[in-house]
Design a protein around this ligand. Structure first.
Ligand code: AMP
Length: 188
């Protein structure tokens, strides 16, 4: 099983590229943001619990994310690979992910990071706010989301570099150019 983590700050293009990679290789795309947004719009107990946190641009608790990912793995035990988009986002999540995979005789195969400069990120997120009307894409919330990224998620770069799993791709250019570069380093 190929376990790919698509890594990068909000607005780096992880979602767009994760869908394309999953389609090309026949893997399962898992976006924790999409899973959580679906719970919010369905008004489930989980959705009610996380709604305010998401709308403020903060991170949902590690415990909830780990529960969600455990059920993703249990319910997709026959897939050939995963493209994880938006998870892990904290050191604790990364460590728990390693343990979850280990239980099934699996490991993280590769961490591909999309690198985009901060001005471009803010520009893209503001445009997405207009196009998709995401509640967490207002200017103040965007700032919060980037702070969360720098504070909680960026330390994962060293975590995966130490495991020799980390590769960075420049995430500016056309969608197809970036997709081509990502695919050139994925060796299933
Ligand atoms: P995303 O679509 O990946 O940007 O996620 C949208 C929001 O969902 C984030 O701003 C967080 O509030 C929440 N979220 C998604 N994935 C995670 C995660 N792995 N850990 C904590 N919160 C998450």
């Amino acid at each position: 099983m190929f376990n790919l983590i698509l890594f990068g700050p909000p607005g780096a293009g992880k979602g767009t590229q994760a869908i394309k990679i999953a389609e090309k290789f026949g893997w399962k795309h898992v976006s924790t943001g999409d899973i959580l947004r679906a719970e919010v719009s369905l008004g489930t107990p989980l959705g009610l619990k996380v709604r305010a946190v998401m709308e403020a641009g903060h991170l949902v608790s590690d415990e909830l994310l780990i529960e969600i990912m455990e059920s993703v793995f249990v319910n997709n035990s026959t897939v050939k690979g995963f493209v994880l988009d938006g998870f892990p986002r904290t050191l604790k999540q990364a460590q728990e992910l390693d343990q979850m995979l280990e239980k099934h005789g699996e490991t993280v195969s590769l961490v591909l990071a999309l690198e985009v400069n901060e001005d471009e990120l803010v520009k893209r997120l503001l445009k997405r706010a207009q196009d998709q009307g995401r509640k967490d894409d207002t200017e103040e919330v965007i700032k919060n989301r980037l702070v969360q990224y720098h504070h909680h998620t960026k330390p994962l770069i060293d975590y995966y570099k130490n495991k020799n799993l980390y590769t960075e791709i420049f995430g500016e250019g056309t969608i197809d150019q970036i997709f081509g570069q990502l695919c050139s380093v994925i060796k299933p």
